[in-house]
Ligand binder design. Structure first.
Ligand SMILES: C[S@@+](CC[C@H](N)C(=O)[O-])C[C@H]1O[C@@H](n2cnc3c(N)ncnc32)[C@H](O)[C@@H]1O
Length: 266
């Protein structure tokens, strides 16, 4: 593990993410997930039913909640992550719903397999790594022709205000994860964090030791370099440099800090 991976991993080992309270099948597919998953899948032009029989890679799967969603709809899922605590939760969740998913502990940069995938998802991960493009390229190389690659990243414009907040937290609480968590509890929430779900959310959002920021243009450039044709995004981003810049200015105002982009491998 490089230095960034080690520090990021220390956060997720303590606060595995996400930690939604998934008690029953309805929670897994509908109550908590339908909204976000339909937005993610819409960027690829997919519906849940079209996942059936497909090879799906969930790179940086965290606690495997999305991996289990893909598996529920019949995909054959490979889920990888650096964090052992998250993977244990993922395995337990898959077991609970009798779903098939292979959970593997490794850095995306070191993942080796003979498989090629129909759909690759890497959501909220690359911006916590030392070299997002190098890892993106590694994933793009694992995508079948005609398959899709979906990435979710922090936006350079939409996350600007949040970035200032993170700097303020660091200024007041330093580098220590627990000190930062209690600063967030006392100064942002102004109450005790209620449960594991809220703690994981707060840790991921405010306490992460490392994050980088990206633009629509940059991801389009990654797609171009890897023979991937842009399919869709969430939130919607205008086509071309000028229009995508305008979209991102809107994200700045609306504080849309996270964006998802999908492309199809030629
Ligand atoms: C914000 S969580 C996202 C989890 C999941 N993708 C989701 O959307 O629910 C980021 C995850 O990326 C993982 N991660 C960070 N760097 C990684 C790397 N280099 N290789 C594999 N996983 C990594 C972390 O351990 C963490 O579980």
């Amino acid at each position: 593990m490089d230095k960034i991976a080690r520090s990021v991993n220390s956060l997720y080992e303590r606060y595995p993410y996400p930690s939604l309270p998934i008690r029953n099948e309805r929670d897994l597919i509908s109550k908590l997930h339908a909204n976000v998953m339909s937005k993610i899948l819409a960027t690829t032009g997919l519906e849940p039913a079209s996942l059936s029989g497909k090879e799906v890679l969930d790179a940086g799967c965290g606690t495997g909640e999305k991996s289990c969603y893909f598996s529920y709809y019949g995909a054959s899922v490979t889920a990888l992550d650096l964090c052992s605590a998250s993977l244990v939760k993922g395995e337990k969740l898959a077991e609970k719903f009798e779903l098939q998913a292979e959970f593997i502990q490794c850095d995306i940069a070191n993942f080796e397999t003979d498989k090629m995938f129909d759909h690759i998802f890497c959501l909220g991960v690359l911006h916590h790594t030392s070299d997002p493009y190098m890892r993106f390229r590694a994933l793009a190389n694992l995508c079948k022709p005609g398959g899709t690659v979906t990435v979710g990243l922090y936006n350079r414009y939409g996350r600007l205000a949040h970035r200032a907040r993170r700097m303020w937290i660091r200024f007041n609480a330093g580098e220590n994860i627990e000190r930062r968590m209690s600063y967030v509890e006392n100064s942002i929430y102004r109450r005790k964090l209620k449960n594991g779900h809220e703690q994981a959310y707060a840790a991921d959002k405010y306490v992460n030791p490392y994050e980088s920021y990206h633009t629509v243009g940059e991801v389009l450039d990654w797609f171009n370099k890897n023979d991937i044709t842009y399919v869709g995004s969430y939130p919607h981003a205008g086509k071309g440099k000028f229009h995508s810049f305008l979209s991102q200015l809107k994200w700045l105002i609306k504080r849309n800090g996270f964006f998802i982009m999908s492309g199809r491998k030629n």
